[in-house]
Design a protein around this ligand. Structure first.
Ligand SMILES: Cc1cc2nc3c(=O)[nH]c(=O)nc-3n(C[C@H](O)[C@H](O)[C@H](O)COP(=O)(O)O)c2cc1C
Length: 237
């Protein structure tokens, strides 16, 4: 999937009043994906999130579809370190920082997140892509470029999760093209402690449920009692 939907949303006050009470009806952890267009905005937003009944925050430093913000911080060591450490000062809840794959050295960016005091790192966000309408000779997306997700990006994501796992000690939330249990296991062997599913939900709304069953099947097949025992256990050639 190549998307360019940006990050439009009704804002944190609306979320607190309307969405959060709805989400709290379910027996699950709530992690809020947060984005701003300046460091001050990230800090202000996280001050509010710190007061809400949520279980953690995932800072989006990696959206390729927003002109100012996100990627502007997300692709340099100093930018990532600055925004993460400023947010850390105002946020007592678990802080995960989500990385863009559109960088040369993902491991050093992950290290910046760890050094700045984050509790975890998540990756990957979408890869910058472009599709051209050959009859019109124009890009298909109004924004010209967009974020590529889904199974096509999985090998890049697995490689980056592995590289980051070699560079940091904080847990990794892995994602990028997961559509079944086998995919999830790959990420865990590469070093992810948890996984997340985006585009796969558009292919089949039951993707997440099927992925859980797929993980269980793998555990039975390989006689694994504790899924944590496989994290980061890939044997490199
Ligand atoms: C339609 C769509 C909207 C997305 N919106 C966000 C977002 O608001 N914040 C964010 O951090 N990532 C966002 N992503 C990125 C996904 O969370 C994920 O990192 C990426 O798509 C790779 O995983 P996937 O292949 O399972 O989708 C979005 C992805 C898609 C396809």
């Amino acid at each position: 999937m190549l998307n360019s939907i940006g990050l439009q949303n009704p804002g944190v006050e609306y979320f607190a009043e309307n969405d959060l009470p709805f989400l709290r009806k379910f027996d699950t952890a709530i992690i809020v994906n947060a984005c701003g267009s300046s460091i001050d905005e990230y800090v202000e937003l996280c001050k509010v999130l710190n007061t809400l009944d949520i279980d953690g925050v995932e800072l989006n430093l990696s959206c390729p579809n927003v002109k100012a913000g996100c990627m502007a911080f997300g692709n340099t060591y100093d930018g990532v370190k600055e925004v993460t450490s400023q947010v850390r000062k105002v946020l007592d809840k678990p802080l995960i920082v989500k990385l863009t794959p559109n960088v040369t050295d993902i491991a050093s960016i992950a290290k910046a997140v760890e050094d700045a005091g984050a509790d975890g790192v998540s990756l990957i966000n979408t890869l910058l892509g472009m599709k051209i309408d050959i009859d019109k000779r124009r890009p298909v997306l109004a924004n010209n470029t967009g974020g590529l997700s889904g199974p096509a990006i999985k090998p890049v994501a697995v490689r980056m999760v592995y590289q980051v796992s070699q560079a940091v000690h904080i847990p990794i939330l892995g994602m990028g093209g997961i559509i079944n249990g086998e995919d999830a296991i790959e990420f865990m062997l590469a070093g992810a402690s948890a996984i997340s599913i985006g585009a796969g939900n558009f292919i089949n709304p039951y993707t997440s449920v099927n992925t859980v069953f797929g993980i269980e099947n793998y555990m039975k097949k390989h006689q694994i009692n504790d899924i944590n025992s496989i994290i980061g256990t890939v044997i490199m050639n």
